[in-house]
Structure formats: structure tokens, C-alpha cells
Design a binder for this molecule. Structure first.
Ligand code: SER
Length: 319
């Protein structure tokens, strides 16, 4: 991995992954691909090349790949689960049509391709505890349908055309840098903002709603490590369960209260998000990722909470 194109570089994952890859690939081109209206700013703009790359336009992807001799594409364009329910046609166009464009460019130009899948690729008939790597995937959200389709299409391109496609199923991702926007797991980011601002947090999910979550530094490391894994050890490709922590609103609120004793949370349920969360696993079994490419998380809820609070305080003070 030397010359990398990140599609969706100004989003929640992309804005941090682009910076990490620029450190990780010195001497290479790590190109921030963005869409109109979401142009890179500040350090993201100043630290490397940027190109307008709309994932629904295959020529734009191909041109950026040619211009920078790209060997690896990170396809991070997506609508998250809750917002996708309000725009299912667009979610399909970006999630599946966009992936198809990336796969075709990768096939023609010999690129490796990373496309994240999600806990959202599972559904109500999936075993919810210690969800196995290979199990029932019958999601009921359009987000999940695009993710399962993406997993299968990516495996097909690997088998049929030898395209080096790889993927992880991300849990809810928590970060103090760029906000998520439109996901079911967003509450676990918003809760920290409320705690630092001294505001009561209105939780959209009810007590007992367990989901897998992960701190962004672990997620970024997973995205890099899977693309650098020894291919001869990989029995799976699209997509690996990865996990680091599972909690419900009561557990994360109690943890925050250890460091912010005045923190208060009440419940104001969002029926759409609640239904989506109820259909997703409570915790994933990530033993295949551990065996096949030595995946290991570094952050648990306590370490993440301390880091989030320190960094969010700094960030909000500067604003
Ligand atoms: N964080 C995503 C969402 O909530 C799940 O992958 O939509």
C-alpha cells in the first residue's frame, strides 16, 4: 500500500483514516476523495492531495486512480442506517452502485479495495450473543441490505476476477473528531458531548439495548491491518467480525458518571433507531479476525471514556 485513494475522506472515518494513512505511507500519495459540499479543510487539506471523487461517477474514480497511480482504494462512502431509511434509493445507489463502480475500476486497474461492512449486516434472525463470523444475515434495513450485498459482491470479484477485496464489519464507532450523523449507534458519541457541555443527555434508546462499539483508533488500525494482512492466512475476506466492547445506555452513562459525577441522562426514545438497534447483534464473536490476521483491540470502555472526555474538553474549549 503506497498510493491510496480514500473515497469519502471528509466523513466520520475518512477524515481520520486519511491522516493516519498519510503518516503510514510516507512518500506515497494518499488522496482525499470528497464530494461537492464536503470539501476537506485545515490539516486534511494541507497535508496531502485532494480530488473531487463522486462514487456514483466511475470516470471520476478511474481518473483519480490514473492520476496518482493508486494501488489501494478505501471506499468509505455510505449513508448510515437511520438516514438511509429516509432515502433508501440513494442508500442503494451509493452503497451498491458506488461499490460496483469501485470494484470495476479495481478490476480494470489492479487496485486492492477496502469497503467496510457493519453490525448492520445482521438482522433479527441472527444469533444476537457472540454472533458467529459465518451466520444468518437477513437484515431488515436498507443499510444492512446494501452491506450484505456488498460483502457478497466483493467476495465474488475476489473469486471471479482476483480483485484483492477485504473488509471488516465495524461496530458503532466512537470518536471526538468528526461526528457520525444518521446512524443508530450515534448516541454513544452524542452522550460524551452532553457530558462535557454539562447538559442532560436525552437517550434515544432504552435501557438494555446492547450493541458492539469501538473507539476510532482501534477501528483505523483494523482498516490498515486488514489491508496489510498476509493473504495466504485469510480464509475470509468480506467481511470479518471485529469487536472490542459491548454496552447499553445504562453502562456507558454509569462509566461517564465515574469521571463527570454531575452527569445526567433521561430517555426520549426514537422508535426507528430502537427498532434498528433491536434487530442488530448484542455482541460479535471476532475470533476469526484474531486467528487470520492477529486482530486485537486496545481500548475498553474505561480507557475510551477517559480519552474521549480529555480530548472533547480540549476541542470544545478551542471552539
Ligand atoms: N454506526 C452505524 C449505524 O449506526 C452502524 O454501522 O448506522
Amino acid at each position: 500500500m503506497k498510493n491510496v485513494l480514500i473515497i469519502g475522506a471528509t466523513g466520520q472515518i475518512g477524515s481520520e483514516l486519511t491522516m493516519k494513512l498519510r503518516e503510514h505511507c510516507p512518500g506515497g500519495n494518499v488522496v482525499a476523495g470528497y464530494i461537492k459540499g464536503a470539501e476537506p479543510k485545515g490539516a486534511l487539506l494541507e497535508s496531502g492531495p485532494a480530488e473531487e471523487v463522486d462514487i456514483t461517477n466511475p470516470q471520476m474514480i478511474a481518473d483519480a486512480v490514473d492520476k496518482y497511480s493508486i494501488d489501494t482504494i478505501y471506499n468509505l462512502a455510505a449513508l448510515l442506517s437511520a438516514v438511509a431509511e429516509s432515502k433508501p434509493q440513494l442508500a442503494w445507489k451509493i452503497g451498491v452502485g458506488g461499490l460496483y463502480n469501485c470494484l470495476e475500476v479495481s478490476r480494470e486497474k489492479g487496485c486492492a479495495l477496502f469497503t467496510p461492512s457493519s453490525i448492520g449486516s445482521f438482522g433479527p434472525s441472527t444469533p444476537h450473543d457472540h454472533t458467529p463470523q459465518d451466520t444468518i444475515q437477513r437484515p431488515e434495513t436498507i443499510y444492512g441490505v446494501t452491506k450484505v450485498t456488498g460483502e457478497m459482491l466483493s467476495d465474488y470479484y475476489a473469486r471471479r476476477f482476483g480483485v484483492d477485496t477485504r473488509s471488516v464489519r465495524f461496530p458503532g464507532l466512537i470518536s471526538y473528531v468528526a461526528p457520525p450523523g444518521g446512524g443508530t449507534t450515534d448516541y454513544a458519541v452524542d452522550i460524551y458531548y452532553s457530558a462535557v457541555k454539562g447538559e442532560e443527555f436525552k437517550c434515544p434508546l432504552k435501557p438494555g439495548t446492547f450493541m458492539d462499539m469501538m473507539y476510532m483508533p482501534d477501528a483505523l488500525r483494523a482498516a490498515v491491518e486488514i489491508m496489510e494482512a498476509d493473504p495466504t492466512r485469510l480464509k475470509h475476506r468480506n467481511s470479518f467480525n471485529i469487536a472490542s466492547m459491548s454496552f447499553d445506555p445504562e453502562i456507558i452513562a454509569a462509566k461517564i458518571k465515574e469521571y463527570v459525577p454531575d452527569f445526567k441522562m433521561s430517555y426520549e426514545l426514537d422508535p426507528l433507531r430502537q427498532a434498528i438497534a433491536d434487530s442488530w447483534p448484542d455482541s460479535l464473536d471476532d475470533s476469526c479476525a484474531r486467528e487470520e490476521w492477529d486482530w486485537k483491540p486496545e481500548y475498553d470502555l474505561d480507557r475510551m471514556t477517559q480519552d474521549m472526555l480529555v480530548n472533547l474538553r480540549k476541542k470544545l474549549l478551542q471552539q
